[in-house]
Design a protein around this ligand. Structure first.
Ligand SMILES: [Zn+2]
Length: 1044
């Protein structure tokens, strides 16, 4: 069995010239080899349609994709021997909406009779590096149009198809497994890994999750062996020959070959041509265990002309006919679909496994026909030389950030909508609530789904396409706010009502444009006689304590809970310039508690006589010349005394900063009073000056990063201190860097972490540069670090000197950490340093004790991967992070967790990460007398480990309205129990730490019945009776249909 960690350890990552198969080796075959055997070839025609890249999704559809689908449907329906596969449901749905009844009927027929296979069935072919598992699952469910495929076309997809994502994740294999898929195919994998697996005949394997102790997550996976999915790289090892069998490249057409052009197949050349092609097939088949061979036939946006389709089918039909009528060639060829290939391959292997005994399988690799198990992932992708695709982990960070913002808004809207629906349904407004808001919810799912595309969230589309994606994301964020606002209003009211013309609850922020940070809503405060009510929404599944921030019009505020307790609050200045606070608006912060998936109501008013709110104090380092101590809007502004070091603190941490430049230098954890080194600095990478330079996809640095500012640089530093929170602001070129500590008074996870915000702006002074944030600690992490895959699981990484710098960068969708490699307790340092991120970015640990992340990149040229431009449309982007420091407990040391090949986060980190992604949302009430009590959806807290991933109102058959059912997706996180921070926060959920947990059904909302279903929601299982509980295991995701 194969573990990718060991493969990386073992591979030399050299790049010898393999001849015609440049990245492989010379493959030889002969007629004798095939005597008594038969090569069974499946030609699978396909067309790769990006939902946005060079053109927007709508433009592609109008100009290309609708014609492609028309041609395919027309051609297949007149000839039952023709086959095709289709992946992108976003396009199929656009096509269906505009297709004639006749064509719709034709599509149904060719799908039902197996000529056209729907592969994956996702809204898009999602990126696998930057995506979060919430959105990956959501775009697959939406792509399935719920019941649409099943009920209209009579199919459920069973094979995954991912020929273009830039590297591959095992999370995808797990999700497809849970959706009852049988097979999957991947393509873009590092050429050295492909060569290694080809040598081992392990390009087909059972992809197993690293955390799976049995084999129940195994998913049959086919990895394509060569450089690309185009025809020159799919028929066999020699691209020059294979190109001659792409009949779309016949002379005079739209495409051509760079060497020898194809010629049409005729009676006089068919023998020579068939034998030439068969030779390639035979050579390719030597890389696989079975004699069943997959040959895909297509390319980007192929078959937009009927002639191309007929050229391809007709010429192949002649070759097929020749080969099949000459048994001495020992081959059989046919058009097929992807699942037909997998079925035939598995069938053959099944027969061979039965024929040879298991012992033989163990002793001789040639005799072993069962597919090996493989665990691990396929990052970071390189397609040739040292061209590593680690740039797209960071490209267009504003839109990556905005994707997570929409994801959080959509999830928040889904939950509240599903909970409000049963309450409003029987009222007179129920109908209009559903009819007006549900389509917005569906559109938000689709816009989030669209951006999961491998040229969307990756940041690899053209500028105007990025703008189109940005507008769609922004529109759906606003729509989700609307749904949350109206749903919250219903849940808080005794008599549910819905009036679309009256927004009772104002959104927390509004957008001015797709590439501008949202403007926070300013809450106008008045006297106690006219108090403002603010509704806080916590979409997470535990009672949550944390500091919330609002923008208000007064620096003197009284904040009261629903029980009429006045609580401590603090007002902070908002800056009109570097040292001058605004006098018309202020930041109000207070410690709130909001029920699990619930709403809390806070009341506030202005009171200038009573000092119930505390005004932050402000100190400056390196202020402008002539600055003197002063008071502005009740804030004391002063110069910090000159010292080597200053600090800010809360009840859990003391953070120390350089007195010269304000950068973080050390941290004391109050719980053990241990002061340890933790430095934070910025650095810049430059693109190399050679022929190939960094671009949207590629990271090609000229060498290690240089310090962003010289040692002597003295930026303006603001130090803001108060009882609720304290912050340090450092005003650097290209970045406004802020570190904050929040009070927790013993509750919640927020006070355990250092909260970092970087307002990044690389539009000036950073051409062909990449800005990095680097943490340096005393942890002896050696060459090991850990980064997450899709927010779902942790993958161990090794930094190799045998690899170029850019190869050692990995995706960081939600977090990365380093840990002490010693098994004893190092008293001088903490054991694990975790960096959590609110937006996907590229990360690395290039030296022991270091962790770094690329914040933004500005690249002035194309990197020759098709987008045809640089990345120059940078947008000022607020990027949020949390840093957590943890120490092994005695158990952790004893079990030598430091050496683990399998790692998890602690519960504290899981919750911090969720809180970073899903901030509490505040909605202020314009008229507020009706609201009296908090809203609580869960009768009892769920176990800590259980995360309500989604609660999603299902579509009814008429598709514009929600049905009676919702889908409930539960994820039980895997957690590390041997870290100390978990002991210091007081969870309001229940901690278990056992293998399997039981949840009583009665704790899951006010549900009227649960039915188990597959993650695709298409394979229903048993209906649970009210008494039976649910049993969950760490790492697993479960799906239910629930009646609320
Ligand atoms: Zn693509």
């Amino acid at each position: 069995d194969v573990n990718m960690i060991n493969v990386y350890e073992h591979l030399p990552f050299d790049d010898p010239d393999g001849g015609v198969w440049k990245q492989g080796w010379e493959l030889l075959t002969s007629d004798q080899e095939w005597s008594g055997r038969k090569l069974n070839v499946f030609i699978v025609p396909h067309s790769h349609n990006d939902p946005g890249w060079i053109k927007t999704v709508e433009k592609y559809f109008l100009e290309q994709t609708q014609h492609i689908l028309n041609n395919v449907v027309d051609a297949l329906s007149v000839d039952p021997t023709k086959k095709f596969i289709w992946a992108e449901m976003s396009y199929l749905s656009m096509w269906w909406d505009g297709a004639s009844p006749d064509r719709k009927q034709k599509l149904k027929t060719i799908v039902k009779n197996g000529q056209l296979e729907i592969v994956t069935g996702g809204w898009v072919m999602n990126d696998e590096a930057n995506t979060h598992y919430f959105a990956m699952i959501d775009q697959l469910i939406e792509g399935d149009w719920m019941e649409w495929l099943k009920h209209t076309l009579g199919v459920t997809p069973r094979s995954g198809w991912a020929i273009d994502p830039f590297g591959h994740t095992p999370t995808m294999a797990y999700i497809l497994k849970l959706m009852n898929f049988d097979n999957m195919l991947i393509q873009r994998v590092h050429y050295s890994v492909k060569k290694y697996l080809a040598k081992e005949k392990s390009l087909e394997f059972r992809w197993r999750q690293t955390w799976d102790q049995s084999s129940h997550t195994d998913m049959t996976c086919h990895m394509m062996p060569f450089y690309s999915y185009d025809v020159p790289h799919t028929c066999g090892p020699d691209p020059k020959i294979c190109c001659q069998f792409d009949f779309a490249r016949l002379p005079g057409g739209k495409y051509n070959c760079w060497k020898v052009p194809p010629v049409a197949i005729t009676d006089s050349n068919v023998e020579v041509k068939a034998k030439t092609l068969l030779d390639q097939y035979r050579k390719k088949s030597k890389l696989f265990k079975s004699d069943t061979l997959l040959v895909i036939l297509g390319d980007d946006f192929r078959y937009s002309a009927m002639k191309e389709l007929s050229d391809q089918y007709t010429n192949y039909a002649r070759i097929i006919s020749y080969i099949n009528s000459h048994p001495q060639l020992n081959a059989h060829m046919q058009f097929g679909t992807l699942s037909e290939y997998f079925d035939a391959m598995k069938n053959e292997i099944g027969r061979l496994t039965q024929f040879f005994s298991f012992d033989k399988c163990l002793t001789s690799s040639n005799m072993c026909f069962s597919l090996p198990a493989l665990s691990g992932d396929f990052f970071t992708y390189a397609d040739r030389e040292d061209h590593y695709w680690s740039g797209y982990y960071t490209s267009r960070p504003y839109h990556k950030m905005q994707e997570r913002v929409l994801e959080s808004h959509l999830r928040g809207a889904e939950l509240l909508f599903a909970l409000a629906l049963p309450k409003v349904k029987w009222s007179q407004d129920g109908e209009s609530f559903s009819r007006e808001l549900y389509p917005l919810l569906v559109q938000a799912r689709r816009n989030l789904g669209l951006f999961q595309h491998h040229d969307g969230i990756t940041g690899t589309a053209k500028d105007h396409v990025v703008v189109d994606y940005g507008n769609k994301l922004m529109q759906s964020v606003m729509d989700s706010k609307k749904i949350m606002s109206f749903s919250a209003h219903i849940l808080l009211s005794e008599m549910p009502s819905y009036d679309p013309k009256t927004t009772v609850l104002n959104f927390d922020e509004v957008f001015q444009g797709q590439n501008q940070p949202p403007q926070p809503t300013v809450i106008k405060l008045e006297s106690e006689q006219r108090p403002v009510k603010v509704v806080l929404y916590n979409s997470l599944d535990y009672d949550r304590t944390g500091v919330v921030r609002l923008i208000v019009t007064s620096p003197s505020v009284v904040v009261m809970t629903e029980n009429r307790n006045v609580i401590p609050s603090q007002t902070n200045p908002i800056w009109s310039d570097q040292v001058e606070p605004r006098t018309d608006r202020f930041e109000l912060v207070f410690l709130s508690t909001v029920p699990a998936i619930g709403l809390a109501v806070y009341t506030m008013w202005e009171d200038n006589s009573v000092e119930d709110s505390t005004h932050a104090t402000v100190h400056f380092i390196n202020p402008p010349a002539g600055f003197g101590k002063r008071t502005r809007s009740k804030f004391q502004l002063d110069v910090e005394p000159m010292k080597d070091e200053f600090n800010i603190m809360n009840d859990q941490l003391v953070a120390y900063f350089s007195g010269k430049n304000g950068m973080l230098r050390a941290v004391t954890t109050v719980r053990d009073n241990m002061k340890t080194k933790l430095a934070l600095d910025f650095a810049m990478y430059s693109s190399r000056q050679a022929k190939d330079k960094s671009g949207a996809y590629l990271f090609l640095p000229s060498g290690p990063a240089e310090p962003h500012t010289p040692d002597t640089y003295r930026p303006l530093v603001r130090i803001i201190r108060g009882p609720v929170m304290s912050s340090v602001h450092v005003l650097l070129p290209n970045v406004l860097h802020k570190v904050s500590l929040y009070t927790g008074t013993g509750a919640g996870t927020q006070s355990l972490g250092l909260h970092v915000t970087n307002d990044v702006d690389v539009r000036t002074g950073a051409d062909n540069k990449e800005l990095a944030m680097r943490l340096t600690s005393g942890i002896s992490s050696g060459d090991k670090f850990f980064s997450d895959l899709n927010g779902f699981q942790i993958q161990p990484r090794t930094t190799y000197s045998k690899l170029p710098l850019q190869a050692n960068f990995y995706p960081m969708p939600t977090m990365a950490f380093i840990q002490d490699d010693k098994s004893s307790i190092n008293l001088n340092c903490f054991s694990r340093l975790t960096l959590m991120t609110a937006q996907p970015l590229g990360a690395a640990s290039l030296k022991s004790g270091e962790l770094e992340v690329i914040l933004d990149r500005r690249l002035m040229q194309d990197d020759n991967r098709g987008v045809g431009q640089g990345v120059k449309d940078n947008v000022p982007t607020p990027e949020n992070f949390v840093i957590m420091l943890e120490r092994w407990t005695a158990t952790g040391v004893k079990e030598n967790k430091a050496k683990a090949q399998l790692a998890y986060s602690s519960m504290v980190v899981h919750q911090s990460s969720l809180e970073l992604l899903h901030p509490v949302r505040a909605m202020s009430a314009s008229h507020s007398s009706y609201m009296n009590v908090d809203y609580r959806s869960l009768p009892q807290p769920l176990p800590c480990e259980v995360h309500v991933l989604n609660l999603r109102a299902l579509q009814s058959r008429d598709a514009t309205l929600p049905s009676e059912d919702s889908a409930l997706l539960l994820h039980t996180v895997g957690r590390e129990c041997a870290l100390d921070a978990d002991k210091y926060f007081h969870p309001t959920c229940l901690m278990h730490g056992v293998e399997r947990l039981a949840i009583a059904q009665s704790t899951l909302f006010k549900n009227m019945g649960l039915q188990k279903t597959s993650l695709s929601l298409q394979h229903d299982g048993e209906r649970l009776n009210q008494e039976s509980g649910i049993s969950v295991s760490p790492m697993e995701i479960q799906a239910y249909k629930i009646k609320l």
